[in-house]
Design a protein around this ligand. Structure first.
Ligand code: ADP
Ligand code: MG
Length: 252
């Protein structure tokens, strides 16, 4: 399944935040969205996962326009790991992950053995199986982030939208989370603020600045020394490790 956003405009009041953005992720492609703070990454993702309504433009899952789809139907196709996850009630970790099963159920349909199995499996995948009974609100930011990924895994969708999913994670869990997502072979659009993480995992990258896409291509094509200087005002050197993986070295 592919995701396309075409000519997206979004304003908060009189201020235009997205000024005609096009972004596309092919079936099974891992697409990264980079750009300085405030460039509009979260706003664009919120349009895609239906928290915000664009003022103009269209979003498609394959050929079907998102706004013509019920929320429940789009939730069967697209899972979300957002940046902030607050619940107004006390939920256990298992209950939070079980919410990922909701789009697959009829109203008032009970959770069955299969649902429990999927939830346990998802918790195991993110290394949180010992936490099922814990209250979600008592977890650290990084643990919460992994539980929210488990909820998205339990949702079993062909597409995933992630907003800086590795933010609260130590390096072990950053790499773990990215590997888990990569191995799903889902169609992914993820805002990523660490350029080296983006370089390691993305098939393609879009760079957003002041509400416009200013570059797109493979990590190697986009993440050049000139580009980093222009967009982030930082001097950098692009290096290669022994496996051929590119690394960006930032200079003080
Ligand atoms: P990014 O995720 O790239 O850091 P955001 O999409 O969160 O950027 O924000 C883009 C711009 O929109 C920022 O200048 C931010 O202050 C502004 N913004 C975000 N949310 C709101 C809101 N609810 N009301 C007004 N302005 C907002
Ligand atoms: Mg953001």
């Amino acid at each position: 399944m592919n995701i396309s956003a075409k000519d997206i405009h979004l304003s908060y009041g009189a201020r235009e935040i997205l000024k005609g953005v096009d972004i596309h992720s092919e079936n099974g492609e891992f697409v990264g969205l980079i750009g300085p703070n405030g460039s509009g990454k979260s706003t664009l993702l919120k349009c895609i996962y239906r928290i915000l309504k664009p003022n103009a433009g269209q979003i498609f899952l394959d050929e079907e326009e998102l706004k013509a789809m019920s929320i429940k139907k789009s939730a069967r196709k697209m899972g979300v790991v957002a940046q902030h996850n607050y619940y107004n009630f006390e939920f256990t970790v298992r209950e939070v992950v079980m919410m990922g099963r909701a789009p697959h159920k009829k109203a008032l349909e009970r959770d069955n053995a299969k649902d429990y199995e999927i939830v346990e499996e998802a918790l195991k995948t993110v290394g949180m199986e010992g936490f099922a009974q814990r209250s979600f609100s008592t977890l650290s930011g990084g643990e919460q982030q992994r539980v929210i990924l488990a909820r998205a895994l339990a949702q079993q969708t062909p597409c995933l939208i992630l907003d800086e999913p590795t933010n609260h994670l130590d390096i072990t869990h950053q790499l773990q989370l990215m590997r888990i997502v990569k191995n799903l072979s889902a169609t992914v659009i993820s805002a990523i603020h660490d350029l080296n993480i983006a370089a390691m995992f993305c098939d393609r990258i879009y760079a957003l600045k002041e509400g416009r896409i200013i570059a797109q291509g493979t990590p190697r094509e986009v993440l050049t020394e000139d580009f980093i200087r222009q967009v982030y005002q930082v001097d950098a050197e692009i290096a290669k490790d022994s496996s051929g993986q590119m690394h960006i070295l930032f200079k003080g």
